[in-house]
Write a protein that binds this ligand. Structure first.
Ligand code: FEO
Length: 392
């Protein structure tokens, strides 16, 4: 049996994507899953579907339990195609099913994506659906991740089908939090939050407040493992992340052309050493921007450097800052460093970008000409020490 039982009459019928390494622009080193859930009561409901190429996997799992033609309701918690891609095919199998989605954005989104010819039921905050002995309640959580997003709560099972919220891009043959290394789960949960939800951090506390009225035994997101042992752990993590709680952690993020900026980065690192600061250093030619952003989540200081190329910053640094700007991190302090040959320009461009992001620059730009000399490297060390002091 390839489906997995969550509770009496409730099954995971999703798909495992072992090989995806880029999920709409962010790296997924460990693959992902598209979770769909089947509830068999007097009526049968399917919550979400899977990315289109994985439809046969989901259908096979559903068929282990019921004839798809007997599905009465398909609930679309989220329009994005990693969850709705199989809907057109699913609705052909579940010929008599009604499709539940959020009023306005869900309805409009599904129509525009798929031009579906089926009965669609729009739901709002608190709308309910009785399946027999079970009652489902729908709670919209707009922008977590799209305007249409909602969660579905099974009152009798105390299971929250949470859509994108609380997920992780993590492909495993195990389905539950007590079956997978906790450090791996939390690392992927943080990466998922940083790259997908950081921008919407201000919407997390009201969403959690809304969900706090529900008694939740299990959180079943649409990606990764299901939180059955400790659902409070991921709610606490979301509370911390959305409150921009930081560690005494500094990131040195840079690229280099002829190793001058790299020498500066190493000297700044020397200055931070021994000051009780956790340090991570990323050369953007080697580092993955999605991983760097994951570390940004709980870092206090961002120290960003670049050589000057064509009167501006290195393309890798520009790309990273563009990505970071979109995610709108808050509560960070920062500094800028770099090298140049004649005209310069990289440090000024980085400063402008960091100011636009809202990073509080606590030091003047440190820029050196050509190759740093000992005295200039000492300035870098001092810069690291001063930033460490300002982090306290
Ligand atoms: Fe997993 Fe916003 O889709």
């Amino acid at each position: 049996m390839c489906s997995v039982k969550l509770n009496e009459g409730i099954y995971w019928v999703g798909a495992i994507d072992w090989n995806i390494r880029n999920f709409h622009g962010y790296s997924t080193h460990r693959g992902t899953t598209y979770n769909a859930f089947l509830i068999v009561d007097e009526k049968v409901a399917l919550i979400d579907t899977v990315k289109a190429p994985f439809f046969p996997d989901m259908l096979r799992r559903i068929r282990e339990i019921v004839d798809p033609a007997n599905i009465d309701y398909v609930i679309s918690n989220h329009v994005e195609m990693d969850h709705s891609g199989s809907l057109p095919m699913m609705m052909k199998e579940a010929k008599n099913a009604q499709l539940y989605t959020t009023a306005k954005f869900g309805e409009a989104g599904l129509k525009k994506h798929f031009n579906l010819d089926c009965s669609m039921v729009p739901v709002k905050e608190g709308s309910e659906l009785t399946l027999g002995k079970r009652k489902l309640v729908f709670v919209p959580i707009p922008m977590l991740h799209w305007p249409d997003s909602m969660v579905t709560y099974s009152v009798n099972d105390e299971i929250l089908f949470s859509s994108d919220a609380f997920g992780q891009h993590l492909a495993t043959s195990q389905r539950f939090d007590d079956e997978v290394d906790a450090a791996v789960i939390m690392q992927e949960a943080a990466k998922y939050y940083a790259n997908i939800l950081m921008l919407f951090g201000h919407l997390i506390p009201p969403a959690i407040e809304k969900l706090s009225t529900l008694s939740i035994k299990t959180i079943a997101p649409d990606h990764g493992i299901i939180w059955r042992k400790d659902p409070g752990k991921i709610i606490t993590a979301y509370t911390d992340w959305s409150s921009w709680k930081t560690k005494n952690k500094a990131l040195i993020i840079y690229d280099t052309m002829w190793h001058s900026t790299e020498k500066m980065a190493l000297a700044i690192e020397d200055g931070l050493f021994g000051e009780g600061v956790e340090i991570k250093s990323f050369n953007l030619t080697a580092a993955d921007k999605s991983d760097v952003v994951t570390d940004v989540l709980d870092a206090k200081a961002l120290i960003i450097g670049s050589p000057t190329l064509n009167n501006g910053m290195f393309p890798s640094v520009a790309q990273f800052l563009c990505y970071l700007r979109g995610l709108k991190p808050k509560g960070k302090i920062g500094a800028v460093f770099g090298s140049y040959g004649w005209g310069g320009g990289a440090s000024k461009a980085i400063t402008q970008e960091m100011e636009a992001i809202g990073i509080q620059l606590v030091e003047p730009e440190l820029t050196i000409k050509w190759v740093p000399e000992e005295a200039e490297l000492s300035q870098c060390i001092e810069l690291g020490r001063r930033i460490a002091a300002k982090m306290k």
